[in-house]
Design a protein around this ligand. Structure first.
Ligand code: SF4
Length: 146
């Protein structure tokens, strides 16, 4: 049976990035196609906040890791986590998660984590949606590592 892959929509060339810029990964999409994968696209940030929108950073706070907007410091963690839960509940047969590298929502092992003063703590974190995929035991990979 064909593998079912959940893939960050921006990798397929969708105009859903925070700044509206296109940043697809045709090589990754072609690889999934060659493998006969059925692809399901998702974009938590576009669904929750629209495009364009303020960029956000993963930030270590006393209450845990949060996704905060870069300048206005709004906490966007809960809507993204809720989107992720609903997505995986509705698509319970996902075999593979392919996330956009370095995204605070979708990065699998490449998202940057900052402290509350903006100092870089790590470049190996999982974004909010990628963390949900991993917590559910779904094989997960950054697009650049596919
Ligand atoms: S990295 Fe994720 S949240 Fe960001 S534009 Fe792509 S699909 Fe949307």
């Amino acid at each position: 049976m064909a593998k079912k892959a959940a893939v960050s929509a921006c990798l397929a060339g969708k105009n859903c990035r925070y700044n509206g810029e296109l940043k697809g990964n045709p090589e990754a999409m072609a690889k999934l196609e060659r493998q006969g994968c059925e692809v399901v696209l998702f974009c938590p940030e576009d669904a929750c906040f629209g495009t364009p929108r303020e960029a956000m950073d993963l930030t270590a706070t006393p209450e845990g890791i949060k996704a905060l907007t870069k300048y206005s410091r709004q906490d966007r963690t809960a809507p993204i986590a809720e989107y992720a839960e609903k997505f995986f509940d509705e698509h319970s047969n996902i075999d593979l998660f392919v996330g956009k590298a370095r995204s605070p929502s979708c990065g699998v092992r490449t998202a940057r984590l900052y402290d509350e003063e903006g100092n870089l703590l790590s470049e190996k974190e999982a974004g909010i949606m990628a963390a949900e995929a991993k917590a559910r035991g779904i094989e997960a990979v950054d697009d650049e590592a596919l």
